[in-house]
Design a protein around this ligand. Structure first.
Ligand code: AMP
Ligand code: ZN
Length: 113
């Protein structure tokens, strides 16, 4: 694995966090501040700053990342859900390690992100 940024919270959680699902270079953790009854974050194990840098993934890895998002939703028991990626400060991104929010467990409104 290439060197990880020492000061990245999500790199630390990849190493030491409680994972609700892990496979194939990706992990899922519960969001510490859930905005819905189920609020899970999916992260690549390797550090990529933002979705803007998605071209750092090759086609196979990008496909597996999307499949892992869908698989995680199934693992946590969701059939209907919302997937959100905040990109950059203006998009609401506060942690600069790419992550996908999965929200569900209730009928979602605009208040759930
Ligand atoms: P974003 O604002 O899109 O960058 O999302 C960052 C998310 O990380 C927020 O929903 C936070 O609640 C969540 N978060 C921050 N610190 C932690 C942590 N230690 N464990 C789990 N989730 C966290
Ligand atoms: Zn990181």
């Amino acid at each position: 694995m290439p060197p990880q940024p020492d000061d990245c919270l999500f790199c630390m959680l990849v190493r030491d966090g409680d994972h609700v699902h892990r496979a194939d270079g990706f992990v899922a953790i519960n969001d510490i501040n859930p905005l819905a009854p189920v609020h899970v974050l999916v992260l690549p194990e390797r550090h990529v700053d933002t979705f803007r840098d998605v071209s750092e993934f090759d086609a196979d890895e990008a496909k597996r990342m999307l499949e892992f998002v869908a698989e995680t939703a199934r693992v946590v028991g969701l059939e209907d859900y919302r997937v959100v990626v905040n990109v950059g400060p203006g998009g609401g991104q506060t942690v600069f390690h790419l992550h996908w929010h999965i929200l569900g467990g209730q009928t979602l409104t605009e208040r759930n992100l």
